[in-house]
Design a binder for this molecule. Structure first.
Ligand SMILES: Nc1ncnc2c1ncn2[C@@H]1O[C@H](COP(=O)(O)OP(=O)(O)O)[C@@H](O)[C@H]1O
Ligand SMILES: [Mg+2]
Length: 285
């Protein structure tokens, strides 16, 4: 059984808003296991970014406890180690890159950790190679596409040798090609390098690739399970303001004319196979 890297134990969080205090996280309990790929879904305002910021102590719980590798995020003395272990990639690629040259940007994190210069050099090259951006190491970030910028941001996290990357809608502002490249990179880092991933997204298709899916609504966990389990509950998803992934919706709509179409269709490939099989069955009948 893999050990939990991040644990939320009955976590609530209220932003201190003048006059009233609105709960953005309510009694959240879940764990992200070491090496897992967990997707966190939820409509706008459901508390996803709040949960992301609770993961590395950018926010600390109003009640309950968040631990990273056993370390309580509410203790100041743990924050250095926690942030070394959990890196964040945010939505806007233009807000994450600070240096004027790609490789300097990737070096920024390890420099702050006081890593020796030759080790920084090695880490920066390795991290840029890992995200497919080594050939752009001397480029000016503002000349890169959104997807390339997000991959540089991911390289910055890798160069700090984080165990875990939290991506908060990191593909939301990208074109389809950029989204695809970033998702590809993240999946490979998880599957081949064992990097733990918490992927916050409103693209249902991205969540179908996860080991586990969490759905938030109104600051609470509304659903959780494997993608197959969660996407087998279209009504509960709709109640949480979400739709099924497009291929699953298509399969659902086609079921009236192709009754033998199985449930549990999540990806385009599965949808194509299921339609072909149902048509063959229909033709054979
Ligand atoms: N800095 C803030 N101050 C006050 N309220 C906030 C702040 N950030 C978010 N909220 C509120 O907290 C709730 C959850 O927001 P957020 O975590 O950003 O949700 P999501 O990322 O799912 O869109 C929303 O009602 C939002 O308006
Ligand atoms: Mg958000």
């Amino acid at each position: 059984m893999p050990s939990p890297l991040i644990t939320f134990d009955n976590v609530s969080f209220h932003y201190a808003v003048e006059g009233e205090s609105s709960p953005a996280a309510r009694a959240l309990s879940f764990a992200v296991e070491q090496g897992a790929f967990v997707a966190l879904l939820g409509r706008n305002g459901s508390g996803k970014s709040t949960a992301a910021k609770l993961c590395n102590g950018l926010l600390t719980p109003t009640a309950g406890q968040v631990r990273v590798g056993g370390l309580d995020t509410s203790l100041e003395e743990n924050l250095f180690e926690i942030r070394r272990r959990v890196g964040m990639v945010f939505q806007n690629p233009d807000n994450q890159i600070i240096a004027a040259i790609v490789e300097d940007d990737v070096a920024f994190g390890p420099e702050n950790l006081c890593v020796a210069p030759e080790e920084i050099r090695r880490r920066v090259d390795a991290a840029l190679a890992e995200v497919g951006m080594l050939e752009h190491r001397l480029a000016e970030p503002h000349k890169l596409s959104g997807g390339q910028k997000q991959r540089v941001a991911i390289a910055g996290v890798l160069a700090m040798q984080n165990d875990c990357i939290v991506l908060d809608e990191a593909t939301a502002m990208l074109d389809p090609r950029g989204r695809h490249d970033v998702m590809d990179t993240v999946l490979r880092l998880n599957r081949e390098r064992g990097i733990t991933v918490l992927l916050i997204t409103h693209f249902m298709e991205e969540a179908t690739q996860a080991d586990r899916v969490l759905v938030m609504d109104g600051g609470s966990l509304a659903l959780q399970g494997t993608p197959a389990e969660v996407f087998a509950q279209p009504e509960a998803l709709r109640a949480a303001g979400l739709e099924l992934p497009a291929p699953a919706r298509l399969a659902e709509a086609l079921r009236s004319v192709l009754p033998s179409l199985p449930s549990g269709v999540l990806t385009e490939e599965q949808c194509a196979e299921a339609i072909a099989a149902a048509l063959r069955k229909g033709a054979g009948a």
